[in-house]
Structures are given as structure tokens and as C-alpha cells.
Design a protein around this ligand. Structure first.
Ligand code: SF4
Ligand code: SF4
Length: 271
């Protein structure tokens, strides 16, 4: 196993402004079930010959990073009635992929194949198997540093890397970042989150897909409730619902502090 390669990769990832780096056990990741009809594949299906998956994450400090934009739709046709020829962009997908391609390029130069994906494999499972976080009750991966306020991308590669230890927890004890909290469940305006832990729940059943506002941005006829909560920012753009995400107390203070530190001078609040 190439531990030097792994450390060099970690450095390259951090130089490209990722803040999380981990490698799940590929055999374990291959066994993880995932919900059907979400475009997910096993790593070996996504990239035949894959030897490792690298999980990278970066801090999301503003809701605007959850903005989606679609082209080739008539103005004022929001939410998106996607027509043939539309191009659909999700801001954070673009950011994480653009950064991940730079890491891939580094691997190509070393003679390995590598390809990034942000929605093609079960990244939440990959992140927890890589020891990076805990799947919270709203199904996003929580880290102690930022709670759910980071976004993930995976790189599938032919480089063989040593896996990290998975995230360990006991209910109500060490490593359990939710414990008896139910804030996100109560905050969801459409009651889409089923109460209780995500662990042990059949894949795809913890959040009611038909009630959650996020997937409705792609429905021909979103519900009236969803229409109330879309944040339309322009003729072809909206910001996704992040109510459960924003409500989570884990890492919130740290995230806010970091966001404030990064703010360029003109945006800083006057003392
Ligand atoms: S994204 Fe919005 S609608 Fe979906 S579960 Fe979270 S709070 Fe509920
Ligand atoms: S809001 Fe509370 S219950 Fe929901 S994910 Fe965060 S810590 Fe867990």
C-alpha cells in the first residue's frame, strides 16, 4: 500500500482547498445498499478496475452555494420544467468537481486513472466509512467541525491506497453527533424527515422523497408547499431548501466564525 502516495494526495487535496480527506474500505463500500432510481452505482460499476475511492469535502459557508441554475428554459418557468437541451448546474457540484479534477490531474501525471463524481456513488456512506463523519437524523453527514455544512466529492482511482478507520459511534455515546436532538426533524416545514436515527433505516426511507422540497425543483408539478419554500433568485435560478441543514447546532458556531473570517473587507459588518 502506498502510504506516501496517500500523504502526498492529502497535501494536494488541501492545497486545492479541500478540508476533508479520507479513504473508505472499498470492499465495505461495495456492500453498502443504496436507494434505487437515484442514479447511484457501486464504485466497481462506476469505474471498472477501481482500486480506491478518495472522499474530499469542503466547507459550505453560504446558502448561495446550494443554488441551482438551468438553461434553455423559458424565463419565469421556475421551478424547472427541464426541457430537452437544458443544462442544469448545481453550484456546489461545480465547485467540488472543478477542484477534484485538479487532484485527478495529479494522479494522471503519476500514471493512475482517476475520475471524480459527486452523485454517482453513495458518497455519504463513503464519507462515514472513511471516518470523516456521522450520518445525522436528516441524512446528511455531520462532522464535528461544521455539522452538515460541507459538501463531498469522490475520486475513483486505480491507485491503491490504505483505507482509514470508519466512523465509530454508540447510540447516545461517543461518536453519536445527534444523541437526543430532534431540531432538524422539527424544523422541516414539510415534515419530510422521519423521526429517529438514520442508521438502521432502509436506504431512501429516512426522508420522504415526495415531501422534501429539494427534489421537487425537478418535478413538472411541484407541490404548493414546495412552491412556498423555493427561494427564487433569478429567472432561471433558485436556492434549494436548506432549513434542516441550517438548523443543525453541530459545528454551527465554528462555521459562522469561519464564514465571517473569510468575508472580504467590503462585506464585513461595521464595528
Ligand atoms: S431540505 Fe427542506 S424539505 Fe427537505 S428535509 Fe430538509 S428541511 Fe425538509
Ligand atoms: S439537527 Fe440535531 S438531530 Fe438533526 S442532524 Fe443535527 S444534531 Fe442530528
Amino acid at each position: 500500500m502506498a502510504s506516501n502516495l496517500k500523504e502526498e494526495l492529502r497535501k494536494v487535496a488541501f492545497e486545492n482547498e479541500f478540508e476533508f480527506f479520507g479513504v473508505p474500505d472499498l470492499e465495505e463500500l461495495e456492500k453498502v445498499p443504496f436507494p434505487p432510481h437515484r442514479g447511484l452505482s457501486k464504485p466497481s460499476e462506476f469505474m471498472p478496475g477501481v482500486k480506491s475511492v478518495i472522499v474530499l469535502g469542503f466547507h459550505v459557508w453560504d446558502r448561495a452555494m446550494n443554488t441551482v441554475v438551468a438553461s434553455a428554459i423559458p424565463p419565469d418557468k421556475i421551478p424547472f420544467d427541464i426541457v430537452e437541451g437544458s443544462v442544469y448546474y448545481n453550484m456546489y457540484y461545480e465547485i467540488v468537481e472543478a477542484r477534484a479534477w485538479r487532484v485527478c490531474k495529479w494522479l494522471w501525471d503519476k500514471g493512475y486513472d482517476a475520475v471524480p463524481t459527486n452523485a454517482g456513488i453513495h458518497l455519504k456512506a463513503a464519507a462515514t466509512l472513511a471516518g470523516l463523519g456521522f450520518i445525522g437524523k436528516m441524512t446528511l453527514v455531520l462532522t464535528p467541525k461544521y455539522g452538515p455544512r460541507q459538501r463531498w466529492v469522490g475520486i475513483l482511482t486505480t491507485a491503491k491506497l490504505e483505507p482509514d478507520e470508519p466512523w465509530k459511534f454508540t447510540h447516545g455515546g461517543e461518536g453519536d453527533l445527534c444523541k437526543d436532538c430532534e431540531i432538524c426533524i422539527k424544523a422541516c416545514p414539510t415534515q419530510a424527515i422521519i423521526p429517529g436515527y438514520s442508521y438502521g433505516v432502509e436506504p431512501g426511507k429516512k426522508v420522504n422523497f415526495d415531501r422534501c422540497i429539494v427534489p421537487q425543483e425537478l418535478f413538472d408539478k411541484p407541490s404548493e408547499e414546495a412552491m412556498k419554500y423555493f427561494r427564487i433568485v433569478d429567472k432561471r435560478a433558485l436556492t434549494e431548501c436548506t432549513i434542516c441543514h441550517d438548523s443543525c447546532p453541530v459545528g454551527k458556531e465554528n462555521s459562522e466564525r469561519k464564514a465571517a473570517e473569510w468575508r472580504p473587507t467590503p462585506f464585513k459588518k461595521k464595528a
